[in-house]
Structures are given as C-alpha cells and as structure tokens.
Ligand binder design. Structure first.
Ligand code: SF4
Ligand SMILES: [Zn+2]
Length: 483
C-alpha cells in the first residue's frame, strides 16, 4: 500500500498538471497524524546546542554531548542531532516533514528546548532565533529585527515562541530581552512549590522565586507553563496532591499550562544512588495513577495540560511507574476525568451548526484580575476559541508601554489549521470568533476605565492586530480605548 504521504504527493502533482481539481476533503483525509495541526497551529520543536546548566538537580540526567536533561533517544533530540543542532536546518527540515504529510505550515508555534535558555550566551540566543525566523521566511536577513519584520508578512509565520528556563533567572531585564527576541510563552521549571522538597532535590531556588517569576511574567503578558514533578525526594502522594491543589488555589501561582513529569528513575541522575541506598522510593503504578486521576479532576477550565509524562524511552528508566508506556490509556480505562483546555479543544468535531456560548471565567492571580473568555458549546465540552485578558492592579510597570494598560495574553481558535486567508468548512478558524472575543475584551477593558489595551503578540500575528486598529509599540500591539 502506498502511504498517505505518497498519495498526497501524487495528488499535488495531479493538481499541478491540472488533471484534478483541488479537493479540500480529500486533502483532509490524506493528512497523516492529524493531531499535529488540530490545535490550530503546527508545533516546531528545536533544540539549542549542548551547553552546561547552572542547576544541580538530583533527578536530572546528564548524557555526554546532549543538552542537560535530554537523552539522545528522545524524538526531538534525534531530529536535532541529525541537523547538528543547527537552528535553520532543524526548522527547515521539520516544516518540510509537516508539509509532506499534508499539514499547513502557515502558523508555527516555535518551541525551543535544551535546558536553561536564560543561561545561554546572549549572542547565541540572538543567532539561534534569527536563524529560526530565517528558515520560516526562507530568506536570510542581516539582523533579527529584519527577519522578524519579514516574518510579519511571510507565508509561514511564527505566531509564538516558547523557551524553557529556571524561575531564579527571571527578572525585569531578562523579560525585556525575551520580548525583543519575540518570546511569548515561558516554561518554568518549578518542579515543587515546597522549600523543603526544593532543597532536598538541590533545585537551587526557593518557592519565593517561583512566585516572583510568575508575577513578573504575567505582568508582561507572557503565558506561563509550569513543569511540576510528583514523586520527588522528600515528597509523598498526599503532599503532591496538596501541591497541585495549592497551585490552583493560591493566587501566587495559577499557571496557564502545565507539564506534569512524574520523577523518572534514571541511571544518569544522582537520585539513582539514593534509590540504591533505599533513601528514595518511587510510587507504585496504582499510587501514581490514582494521584494523576485526582490531579486531573481538579484542573481548572483555564489551564491546559501539555504533557503527562516525559518522552523518555522506557528502556532508559530503571524502575518505577514512569516505565509504563501506555499510562494515558490506563488513566482512560480507570475513568480519569479532565476539563482542561486540551481535553475540551474542538479538534475535528467542528460542527458548523453548533450553537456557541461566550463564557467568562474570572479569577485573581499575581496582583491582577484574569478574565478567561471562551466560545464553547453549552456543556463546555467543546472549546472553539479562547482569550486571556489581564487587568493589572499595580499602576507602576517596568515596561513603559504597559503602564496602566490591560493585557491580552492569548487569543487562540482551535480546530484544524486553516491556511491564512482561506475559509474552510472543516475548521473553526477564521470564522471571526477571535475577533468577537477581542471586541468583547476591549469593551470590558474600556468599561473598567482603562485607556489602552496591549497584546503580547507573536511576530507573525502582528498584521492581524494591525487590521483591528492596533499599532506596534515596543514589542507589543497597542490600541487606545475610550473608557
Ligand atoms: S535546572 Fe533543569 S536542566 Fe538544569 S539541572 Fe535542574 S532540571 Fe536539569
Ligand atoms: Zn485534560
């Protein structure tokens, strides 16, 4: 049997030679791994070069020639090795592979992996991101600014950039720098919010640093993803359960996204020695699955679980429940319930006739009010579109453009990626849901007495906001309002 990718290649040839009319339904059928573009964007993960990390975390593995905490056997790492960690080649190759299997690559969410981003040399950071833009643009410019400018109107636009870093590396200066590079989302290695656990695992930062980093990042409009690690040395099932409860009940935390990485026992990490000496015990399969079920049941509607376990090949895990490769299926079988964003995204179930409702979910977080707007079906089981609006309480700001401004931290419409400027019957994108929510956010903001609203827009989305009356100021898209 020819593969879908082969058939798609032939189909495109037929269309090119005008032997066949373009057929969006057929194209949709032939896409391999549809899930790759069902969140409305395609994700391109790239890795920075192997570089030391300032951390000494006892659970973190080290493989020679690899970025700290990464294994050469992980899929994203294997792709990076194949490109010698060259950023241009990594992006180019990944986009080509996505295109070959039928995914539109118009909207790219760039995820930069490889340990502590903020610890890399500044020059290398700029080079790395410039090259990623160059690959998306298919054109080499002389500077980062020029590459970004070109990307605003390019065919393949980078609509968001994520980096991963440690909470103790976040400060005002670092945030301003991240903005200049085009970063819109930060993955924070939090692991635990308890000082005793952080200390035992030699994290090198405390709870206060997590609180401060979260507040500064939200103040600047970033989306925040916490990495949390159940089963660390010094914790237990009850304490982990308590931690997740506090993360969503304490206003100092409340992340937008979550990666739950239960601690994996690896020979390459110092924790292995403690396990051999019986000073560390991992949970049983039942303990971990029961814990994850409880955690999932409590996830608020505004949060998205990005991942449940890390992509470490099970043969590298010495012992413990993280060895189970079908953990997700086991949870499903046990009837795990979850109302996180990911579980509600409309994906392929887009129904043109479905009646949608605008929901408003307000909560306090890090010295501000967060308003989570969403278009969903009545029972809130199908999420079509979301917007995160932040009304800050503090009058002062370290970024002058954001002084006294309300902030839109995210606008996202789900469903199959719709090529820019094209309308489709198969997707929720480009049906004006995003625009409607932005209008509503502007209305609410003006009503609360704010004079302006700012969007932390990815470089590739700036043009969209221009059409809605926003102008680029510093690195934000800003619009004046009449209260
Ligand atoms: S900070 Fe992250 S990469 Fe560095 S040692 Fe700790 S877990 Fe590993
Ligand atoms: Zn979920």
């Amino acid at each position: 049997m020819p593969s879908n990718a082969d058939l798609l290649k032939e189909y495109h040839l037929f269309c090119k030679k005008k032997n066949k009319k373009p057929d969006p339904y057929l194209e949709n059928i032939l896409i391999t791994r549809k899930v790759r573009s069902l969140s409305g964007i395609v994700v391109v993960s790239v890795l920075t070069k192997p570089y030391p990390c300032p951390g000494k975390c006892i659970f973190c593995p080290e493989e020679k020639g690899m970025p700290k905490s990464y294994f050469s056997t992980e899929p994203a790492v294997m792709r990076a090795i194949g490109c010698n960690f060259d950023p241009y080649a990594q992006v180019e190759k990944r986009l080509q592979a996505l295109k070959n299997s039928g995914h539109p690559t118009d909207k790219i969410e760039l995820i930069i992996l490889g340990g502590t981003w903020s610890f890399l040399e500044k020059k290398y950071q700029t080079y790395f991101i410039t090259q990623c833009f160059a690959a998306a643009n298919n054109y080499q410019e002389k500077s980062l600014e020029k590459s970004q400018k070109r990307n605003e109107k390019a065919k393949q636009r980078i609509i968001g950039i994520t980096v991963e870093t440690r909470p103790d590396f976040i400060n005002e200066k670092e945030i301003i720098r991240m903005r200049k590079l085009g970063v819109t989302r930060v993955e924070l290695g939090v692991q635990s919010i308890y000082d005793d656990v952080l200390k035992k695992n030699k994290r090198g930062h405390d709870r206060e640093k997590v609180i401060k980093a979260t507040c500064l990042l939200k103040k600047a409009g970033f989306k925040i993803c916490y990495h949390l690690m159940p089963n660390l040395l010094g914790s237990n099932v009850e304490k982990d359960e308590q931690m997740f409860k506090e993360v969503f009940n304490n206003d100092n935390f409340k992340p937008d996204l979550l990666k739950i990485y239960p601690c994996a026992l690896l020979k390459e990490a110092p924790l292995y020695k403690l396990w051999k000496e019986k000073k560390y015990h991992h949970y049983s399969e039942k303990e971990l699955t029961d814990l994850l079920i409880k955690i999932k049941a409590d996830i608020p509607l505004y949060c998205r679980i990005q991942r449940l376990v890390r992509d470490i090949p099970s043969r590298q895990i010495i012992s413990g429940p993280t060895k189970i490769s079908n953990l997700r299926q086991i949870l499903q079988k046990k009837g795990a319930q979850c109302s996180c964003i990911r579980c509600r995204e409309v994906k392929e179930n887009y129904n043109l006739k479905e009646k949608l409702f605008l929901f408003k979910n307000e909560y306090q977080a890090s010295k501000g009010k967060e308003i989570f707007l969403s278009f969903e079906n009545k029972s809130q089981t199908k999420l079509y579109s979301l917007l995160r609006l932040r009304l800050p309480e503090e009058k002062k700001h370290f970024i002058s453009t954001l002084k006294k401004a309300a902030l839109i931290r995210e606008v996202h419409t789900f469903g199959k990626v719709n090529p820019l400027e094209k309308k489709s019957l198969l997707s929720a994108q480009h049906k004006g849901l995003g625009k409607k929510m932005i209008k509503e956010a502007e209305r609410m903001t003006a009503q609360k007495g704010y004079f302006k609203i700012a969007v932390i827009s990815g470089v590739g989305v700036r043009d969209y906001y221009r059409k809605l009356g926003y102008r680029l100021k510093d690195t934000y898209m800003v619009k004046s309002l009449k209260p």
